[in-house]
Design a protein around this ligand. Structure first.
Ligand code: SME
Length: 156
């Protein structure tokens, strides 16, 4: 499943010129194809402020469209540059709840030319929904998105 999805994402992004169209499509595609992926979004670092800004998502709309660095799982990844897998969100002190239904989460930083520029964030309504296969898959998604960002040459 993951490898066919990656091939599909790669070919779609190769044919896509618009940054917004590409990011929206990746979110929708992953959300639709993977059952435990109940919310999928891309946050990007603001060019001047130490904030994450939601750029594309699939799933229920969230109030948390801007997250300061350091706050929540996402804000911690902005500073650590490390993957963050949360099996049980209720056990996290520094966590921003988007919905009471969410039980687990994974956040993977997005690097362009080795610089952390944002992240992909996945929420699941199932506890412990994400393992090392999800992490490997999402790292590859981000690598494809990174190539796409460089090629479109639009500000992000
Ligand atoms: N739970 C995240 C906030 C973003 S929402 O999941 C969409 C966090 O703690 O950073």
């Amino acid at each position: 499943m993951y490898s066919s999805l990656l091939k599909h994402i790669e070919s779609f992004l190769k044919e896509t010129q618009s940054l917004q169209v590409g990011l929206d499509w990746v979110c929708t595609e992953i959300h639709q194809k993977l059952p435990n992926y109940d919310w999928v979004g891309f946050y990007f670092h603001h060019p001047q402020k130490k904030e994450l800004h939601l750029r594309a998502f699939a799933g229920k709309p969230t109030d948390h469209t801007i997250i300061p660095f350091g706050k929540g799982i996402c804000g911690q990844v902005a500073l650590s540059n490390q993957n963050f897998v949360v099996d049980d969100v209720s056990k996290q002190d520094n966590y921003i709840s988007c919905s009471l239904e969410v039980k687990s989460e994974v956040v993977i930083p997005l690097f362009v030319n080795s610089k952390n520029v944002g992240q992909i964030d996945i929420d699941s309504n199932t506890p412990s929904a994400f393992d090392e296969k999800d992490v490997a898959f999402l790292e590859k998604v981000n690598a494809l998105v990174s190539i796409f960002l460089l090629r479109t040459n639009e500000p992000f």
